[in-house]
Each structure stands twice: as structure tokens, then as C-alpha cells.
Design a protein around this ligand. Sequence first.
Ligand code: ZN
Length: 374
Amino acid sequence: MQAPDGPAGGAPATCYNTRMTNDDRPPDCPGDCQPPKLPLRLPPDLLRLSFEKLRPSAQGLAAWQGGLRAKLAELLALDLAALAAWPPAWQVLQRREMDGYSLSLISFQSLEGLTVPAYLLLPRTPGPWPGVLIAHGHDLGARSAAGVIESNDGQEGLGMRLARGGLAVLAPDLLSFGQRQVGPLPDPVGRRAHEVFANFAMEVGRPIAGLHLMDLMQAQAILAAWPGVDAGRLGVAGLSQGGRLACLLAALETGLRACLVASGLTSSLLVDRGNQHLHDAVPGLLAWADYPDLAGLVAPRALMLSWGLREPFPYCVETRDLVTHNYLRPIWELAGAPENLELDLHPRGHCYNPAAALDFFARHLMAGRTAAME
Ligand SMILES: [Zn+2]
């Protein structure tokens, strides 16, 4: 496989480094990057629906996105027909007034027949309000993402901050996390209960990432139906694992206008080499595309990639430096909206940058209210 614009006899087309100019290369880049050596025989025709492989024209962009979107739904075993037929329904379990917003604990029944707790935060300002779904990160779940508890997991109580800024927020606990932790499950090699569960779910053909997306899609339907929320101005945010899910949700749900991915975009084939948990994986994805291609399904809508300059995870740093500009910018340019691909570099680590997040959603969901982005 040769790069169409690569050096003669040169680097593989999927090496992101080859798309950098000499000035852009990191100091330790050898300039002759090779695919990772895995103890696997990879199929000969990887990434066959990727942007890199197909290089659609501006006229063909929407068709490329539609084809890859359908493939993604298939790989994740999403039951889109059941979702479409689901009338949004919920219960309010608790409600209290907070400083600048109201906080409710609600629940809904998942299409798996499970109870899903979620935090709803509504501003004190007069509506209609734009809305933001939050896909929580690993471990602490929606309580931390919503700001119900203080934590040091990088989620910075984002939900609370957005609600004080005038946005309605819904943050569900996703299957096997937060208040929906499974287990304890016995495991002789010490895996955490949610990893044992993810393994089992994969074996019955239900990848956890797909189940998480189903939870989020139901939450999106509830947020859209909530009295006072403007269903035409919805977005999604996520950090780390939640960032990956936010990106996948915005890739699939074209009604979401703005997506914030904080330390969450990776590239499995050549950058992070599989550095993700089993519950994050999209089975069979690399035959068709890599995660940056899925981010490309958000174009021309607004996507902000937020990265800390003190990011501790090497695969996040590599993706930040190699993929963002070189892979995604051409897609947004082709879509005619390069200004809607935003990069936020902040001085901290693996965490949200709340001020930039609020600014991003305010500009894309609140500005002009009715006129903007129609
Ligand atoms: Zn995990």
C-alpha cells in the first residue's frame, strides 16, 4: 500500500508522520515510520472505507460519510429500529435547587430492560435552553461528570459549569460504570469486573461501546423531549473514554450540532496500537476505517478536540500531534467549514478545560439562538 502523495517506493499510506513537513515533525521522528509489528496477520485490505483510501470529492463527501456511518452502526450492533420506535420516557427521582441551576436525578429504562440513572441540570435563566449530553469518563461516572461529587478524575464538574452558563445538561451512567457497576465478578487474573463483563458481552455479540451508545442515544431522545430544551440545539461532550463515545455519538447522530472530545480521540492502527480497554473497542473496525475517520463523520458540524500539554498518556500525545491537523483538517476543508474544526491546547493534563468547553458550546449552540447554524 503506497501513499498517493508519498515518496517513490516510500512510506505506507497510513503513516500519519509522512504527511508532515520537515518543520512539523517531532524531533524524535525517524521519518521512516513503519506499521506496528503485531503478532497478527492483518487482512491485506485494511481501512477500505477510510477517508485516506477513498479520498472522496466535495460532492462525494456525504456519501462517504453515510456509508461509513452505516458500517459503524453495524459493527456496534446498534438496534436503530428499536431506538426509533422508543417513546422517550423517564422518572424524576430527586430534585434540588443549586447555585445557579436545578439538579435532578432521573431514571429511564434501557432497551436492554435495565434502569439507567442520569443527572439532569437545568439553568435558572429563562429557556428555551440548548442542551449538552455528557458521556462520562472511566470509573466515577455521571456523578463526577455532572459535578454532583467533587473528584480529581479530570471531569472538572463540567455539567455544573455548563448549566451555570445557560445550557441544559444530561449525564447518564453508562452500563457497568458509575452507579451501574457490575460485579464483583470472579476473575483468576485480576481483571476488573467491568472488563470481565465486557469480554462476555463481546462473546454474545454485544460490544459494550455499542451498548453505551444505545444508552446515550436514549438519553439524547430524553434531552430533546424535555420541556424547555430546544431539540434543535443539542451537543455532546466527553473526556477520555467519554470523549471517544462522544465522538462516536456525534458521528452517528447528525442532529448533534457540536461535539467536544477531550483527550479522547485515538488511532488504533498506527498510533496507539490498541491502547484501549476492551469495552471501548469497535469489533472489526480496522477493516473499514480508523477512529480519525469516524471523527470525520462529524464534519461539517463543530468538533473541538481538547488536549492538555501535560497529557500523561503517550497515545493521546501522539494522536494530538500527528492526526488532528494532518488527517482531519482536509475533511473539514472539503466540507467547506474548516472553522468548525477547533483545537484547544491547554496547559494541564488529562482533563477538561472548562472555560474553553463553555465558550465552544456557547458559540455553537447559543449564539444567535434561532439564526445561527440554521
Ligand atoms: Zn476499563
